[in-house]
Design a protein around this ligand. Structure first.
Ligand code: NI
Ligand code: MN
Length: 227
């Protein structure tokens, strides 16, 4: 399992021959090193409907025929706009895809769609594949039942630390203590001045206060989940 970060909450997860883009925010993402027109994937997974997460779903799905996985409200909205290849799930529900098992988890946030319509509940994403578990928290505040997600045994957790719209560094550190992943990678902190944080200072605190290994990624870099 390989994870490439494009800044913000945007990732490409490569599992065997299958590419999965989470929250494809490229063309209006000031830190993305690539454009949506360059991205290929078989699946696009959306945590919620906000513009910095829906991003370039339309551009990539139209060109590649990727299947969009999201909650029912977002999938209905996409279908009404002509996107037939969608797979609706909802919070707590999982499905076995060719790449592995994907479950939507709770996230404490909002989820309006780009035209202001209702986007349903925001989500986190739990992917089980190749004997590994990856958790992408989406946009969220701290919530106590992160401990339940942690009980699944997480190899890697991708957590927002940017503050203002999501958990900031202090709550994200508390989240690491609840989730107890082997590895944590911070995200959603470098895109705009409003959410600027020092990920290395945060990683030091994770190292001092938990058994989790923090990994601070460069934008555009790829992390291979240890097997
Ligand atoms: Ni959001
Ligand atoms: Mn966001």
């Amino acid at each position: 399992m390989e994870l490439t970060w494009y800044g913000h909450a945007t990732w490409k997860v490569q599992i065997g021959g299958i590419g999965i883009i989470i929250d494809p925010f490229f063309n209006h993402n000031p830190v993305s090193p690539v454009k949506a027109e360059e991205m290929d994937a078989q699946y696009i997974v959306l945590t919620h409907g906000h513009g910095d997460h829906m991003g370039d779903t339309g551009i990539i799905a139209r060109r590649t025929g990727a299947t969009v996985i999201a909650n029912a409200e977002i999938c209905n909205w996409l279908q009404q706009r002509g996107f037939e290849r969608v797979h609706a799930q909802h919070i707590g529900g999982g499905f076995h895809y060719p790449f592995g098992y994907l479950k939507l988890t709770i996230a404490v946030h909002g989820s309006s769609l780009p035209d202001g319509s209702y986007g349903g509940m925001p989500a986190g994403i739990l992917i089980s594949a190749e004997g590994k578990k990856l958790y992408h928290a989406g946009d969220t505040g701290l919530f106590a039942s992160m401990a339940l997600i942690g009980e699944e045994g997480l190899d890697v957790a991708l957590l927002p630390i940017g503050d203002n719209y999501t958990m900031g560094p202090d709550d994200a550190l508390r989240a690491v203590k609840l989730l107890q992943p082997k590895v944590v990678i911070p995200m959603h902190y470098e895109t705009w001045e409003l959410i600027a944080q020092d990920p290395h200072a945060w990683a030091d605190r994770v190292r001092q206060e938990t058994k989790t290994q923090p990994v601070v990624m460069q934008i555009g870099a790829t992390y291979t989940v240890p097997g």
